[in-house]
Design a protein around this ligand. Structure first.
Ligand code: HEM
Length: 409
């Protein structure tokens, strides 16, 4: 089906682009329609949009595709894709091997399941402290009271960012991460650029400080790697610290927010997870699949590649709609049903291949502890808002606030 035909077919079915703000609350029927009608869709900007699970899973693992925006020779104009694509050339997510492998291996030791497991007691006490502050009120905003502070504090402690500075990151990080959305208006792009500059400056100063006085934190460990030889350039160190920082909480925050909303809208599943705490592992995987925090990731063809009968030419971009892949009925039986006991759940919420989310083990642990503790401690949990509002992001999907009620302790 040609570009115009899909647009017409969508309009006929009373549907529009999943990127539009009015579709934030529920893009899934649109994904299903596109997947059914044109699973490899050639978008008006020249990029290829994949909505099937098998196509996306194969794309992410295919060495013929790169993540380096400099490889892009057609499709979206890099200038229109947000400054992060232009200035972020040393961000690991935009590098190919061998630079990607070198950079990733330097920090990956800090994120192995074993290292992450050692953070369990601290994460548990943090979740307990955050809930202690609200249990007597009988109500809370899940985003402001739990979902935002939890991953922020964890990543700050891991990297070695002083507690006193945490609050100022809130808007910097939100504005900078929005640049991943691509097609932004000038005001949002300027805001993102300024926020990115503040973040880089902040980390430049902090790195200087750690250089003078190393501590037991990830930033000091990265500095040691830098001074041990030419394995890590200064620009790479700064961009990696900033990436970990932003990736560390913009996403996990939305796992807790989107996941709580999904459970509250599916009370039978909420009760299952509350009554059988052993379900928290499969439950968190299911929440990641059902309404994950990251809906899109992209690759650029380094040679002509056939995908689902279409030819993606060298230099063209293929976009994997992870949120659509995760609801593909060919891969997940009854995909629109939340089932906290779902097994064989190989979702793509963390992407795949060499760029598979570096922080997946940490995000999983934070999610498991947050949901298990919330369900155990907050009895009679229910939604206190009819239509929760979504943030103005498409790629990173999450709520601005989520008010809930429960029995006051
Ligand atoms: C629920 C929470 C999270 C989700 C859903 C998520 C999702 C993703 C996705 C979809 C990608 C792109 C993968 C690809 O293109 O194949 C990614 C990459 C990445 N994530 Fe996460 N993420 C989460 C939490 C975290 C955390 C807590 C950290 C770090 C502390 C982190 C650090 C990274 C990094 C560094 C990359 C780039 C990896 C590379 O290019 O090799 N993420 N994540």
């Amino acid at each position: 089906m040609a570009v115009k035909d899909l647009a017409d077919a969508l309009a006929e079915a009373n549907l529009s682009s999943p990127m539009l703000p009015e579709n934030r609350a529920n893009p899934y029927p649109i994904y299903a329609f596109i997947r059914e009608h044109e699973p490899v869709h050639h978008a008006p900007d020249g990029s290829w949009v994949l909505t099937r699970y098998d196509h996306s899973a194969a794309l992410l693992r295919d060495p013929r595709f790169s993540t380096n925006p400099a490889r892009l020779t057609s499709g979206p104009d890099p200038a229109a894709m947000g400054p992060i694509r232009q200035v972020g050339s040393s961000l690991m997510m935009f590098l190919d091997p061998p630079d990607h492998t070198r950079l990733r291996s330097l920090v990956s030791q800090a994120f192995t399941p074993k290292m992450v497991e050692s953070l369990r007691p601290r994460i548990q006490s943090l979740v307990d402290e955050l809930l202690d502050a609200v249990v007597e009120r009988g109500e809370m905003d899940v985003i402001a009271d739990l979902a935002y502070p939890l991953p922020t504090v964890v990543i700050c402690e891991l990297l070695g960012v002083p507690a006193a500075d945490r609050e100022k990151f809130k808007s910097w990080s939100a504005d900078a991460s929005r640049m991943l959305d691509g097609y932004l208006d000038q005001a949002a792009m300027d805001k993102g650029m300024v926020a990115g500059m503040y973040l880089f400056q902040y980390f430049t100063d902090l790195v200087d400080e750690r250089r003078r006085q190393p501590r037991e934190d990830l930033l000091s460990a990265m500095l040691a790697a830098e001074s041990a030889g030419d394995r890590l350039s200064h620009a790479e160190l700064l961009s990696t610290a900033t990436l970990l920082f932003v990736a560390g909480f913009e996403t996990t925050m939305n796992l807790v927010g989107n996941g709580t909303l999904a459970l509250l809208r599916n009370p039978v599943e909420l009760a299952r997870m509350r009554d059988d705490p052993s379900l928290v592992r499969t439950g968190v995987e299911e929440l990641l699949r059902y309404d994950g925090p990251v809906h899109v990731t992209a690759r650029i063809a380094t040679q002509d590649v056939e995908v689902g009968g279409e030819l993606v030419r060298e230099g063209e971009q293929a976009v994997a709609i992870l949120g659509a892949a995760n609801r593909d009925p060919e891969q997940f039986p009854d995909p629109d049903r939340l089932d906290v006991g779902r097994t064989a759940n190989r979702h793509l919420a963390f992407g795949g291949g060499p760029h598979f989310c570096l922080g997946a083990a940490l995000a999983r642990l934070e999610g498991q502890i947050a949901f298990a503790t919330m369900l155990r401690r907050l009895r009679g949990l229910e939604l206190a808002t009819a239509e929760p509002a979504y943030r103005d992001h498409y790629v990173i999907r999450g709520l601005t606030e989520l008010h809930v009620r429960f029995e006051a302790a």
